[in-house]
Design a protein around this ligand. Structure first.
Ligand code: MAN
Length: 497
């Protein structure tokens, strides 16, 4: 019974094949009925059956000559058993070149074509099978990625809301310590300022005392007749008081320095006169030295040079005058500082906790605002970098972060872009990534990288090129791009127009 059925089936198959005119696919066989008039498939004219494949083109659409090269717009169907049926344009029929893998396009004996369909078919099936296995393996990994990605997202969301709640407490704690800190710092600052002020006053008093002593010395030196009064004739002996530099100290000049009086006693000298003359005054020995050291002319005119030199030597810096150090704080202030230090430390710790939480919140938000694919499958790539070295550069891709280029021979890294957005076509946007706003190109745009993603069992940067200046293209394989493979059917596919 079974064999009988098989026999009938195969007979009917051969009968059909035999009846079908050359170059017609099984799908279109029903339009070609031997013995019946033929209706051109799209142009619609009707021609007698004998016109089909008579090597003369009758139909406008060329469908009456599926098996010859008579119609320029016709098509020939290659059966290609063992591989996949396909159409070729009619002009390729009997043109001396084998186009169909079954050789059916060359049938006028001029040329013998072998049949390579089985081999091509086998290769293609092997390739398809290899790709299917790749998809299958990759898809398994992708499923893990999906799980991890979803878990990571859930965990991060949970952590974020926990932190957001904690943040209020941490901030309140810090602010409470801040209040205490302000409270302990106020008396501390006050005590420190008091100490500082007392120190400044002490320094000023010491300075004033030194000044009075200096004034007394100068007074004694100026008071040539030792009558305890410095009078204008005594002042006239000091050429440094020659205001108009005419070589002599006039009575007016001398009196002017004496507060318009004829003479002053020590008390008035210290209180009023010394401040005005201390920068000019030269002790007699020094004045003598200057006089001897300089040519007469300079001394007589009291040139600027002399004044400058004189001033310097008249005011030697007292050793240690500026290095005097403030004495240590008194015990009470020290205690206030120590108490404030304790609260400051507490405050710093509390403020650090707020900062740490803020940083963590920012990190979480940054993670959560990125689209890791419909099933979070791309999140596995985050925080990972991949490199590829070609003849000139080492290219680097840090997923969802940046891309870069570094000369192979060494040198600085050039940014080829920062993570921008998904860049695939509308119907498959996760097919590519765009990294943009990299280092600007000399006289050109800022560098950017287009990353094409492919299914692969490992995450790998497999290609890097620069199709146009400063616009880079990377090829990257990842399990995240693998699709669930279709079940194996074992049937050959036929492609028909
Ligand atoms: C560098 C590299 C190249 C780029 C030029 C443009 O040499 O970044 O990839 O083409 O700059 O000036």
């Amino acid at each position: 019974m079974f064999y009988k059925l098989l026999l009938i089936l195969s007979l009917s198959f051969f009968a059909q094949a035999a009846e079908r005119p050359r170059g017609v696919s099984s799908a279109k066989a029903s339009f070609y009925q031997p013995g019946k008039d033929f209706k051109c498939l799209t142009s619609g004219e009707t021609v007698p059956w004998e016109f089909v494949n008579d090597d003369y083109c009758d139909c406008k659409d060329g469908t009456d000559e599926p098996g010859t090269s008579a119609c320029a717009n016709g098509f020939f169907f290659c059966e290609n058993r063992g591989h996949r049926g396909s159409y070729i344009i009619s002009s390729r029929v009997n043109d001396g070149i084998c186009d169909c893998c079954d050789g059916s396009d060359e049938f006028d004996e001029k040329i013998k074509c072998g049949n390579t369909c089985d081999e091509i078919g086998r290769k293609e099936r092997e390739e398809r099978e290899a790709f299917r296995q790749l998809q299958e393996q990759g898809y398994k990994i992708k499923q893990e990625y999906m799980q991890q990605g979803k878990r990571a997202k859930d965990e991060k969301r949970a952590r974020l809301s926990e932190l957001e709640k904690q943040m209020a407490e941490l901030t309140a704690a810090r602010d409470e310590i801040q209040t205490r800190k302000d409270e302990v710092e106020a008396p501390e600052t006050e005590a420190k300022e008091r100490h500082q002020k007392a120190w400044e006053e002490l320094k000023a008093a010491r300075q004033a005392e030194k000044d009075r002593v200096k004034a007394a010395h100068a007074f004694a030196e100026l008071d040539a007749n030792r009558d305890n009064v410095v009078d204008y004739p005594e002042m006239q002996k000091h050429l440094e008081f020659d205001i108009d530099s005419d070589g002599t100290v006039s009575v007016e000049e001398a009196r002017e320095y004496l507060d318009d009086s004829d003479g002053v006693d020590l008390a008035k000298f210290q209180d009023k006169i010394w401040t005005n003359i201390k920068d000019i005054y030269k002790p007699p020995a020094e004045a003598q030295e200057t006089k001897e050291a300089l040519p007469d002319e300079d001394v007589a005119t009291g040139s600027q040079d002399e004044e400058d030199r004189g001033e310097d030597s008249a005011k030697p810096k007292e050793a240690g005058e500026e290095e005097e150090k403030m004495p240590p704080y008194d015990e009470e202030t020290q205690k206030l500082i120590e108490a404030a230090d304790v609260v400051r430390k507490e405050y710093d710790e509390a403020a650090d906790k707020v900062k740490d939480a803020e940083n963590e919140v920012n990190g979480l938000k940054k993670y959560l605002e990125v689209d890791y694919g419909p099933d979070e499958e791309f999140s596995a790539l985050r925080d990972q970098c991949f490199e590829l070295t070609d003849r000139e550069y080492t290219y680097k891709l840090c997923a969802f972060d940046k891309s870069s280029q570094r000369p192979k021979a060494g040198g600085i890294e050039t940014s080829l872009g920062k993570w921008g957005h998904w860049y695939g076509p509308e119907e498959d946007k996760y097919d590519a990534m765009k990294y943009e706003n990299g280092q600007s190109c000399w006289n050109g745009p800022s560098r950017s990288t287009h990353v094409n993603l492919h299914c692969g069992v490992e995450n790998k940067l497999t290609g890097a090129s620069e199709p146009s200046r400063c616009e880079y293209q990377f090829e990257f394989t990842t399990p995240a791009r693998c699709k669930q493979p279709e079940p194996v059917t074992g049937q050959h596919q036929h492609t028909e127009l």
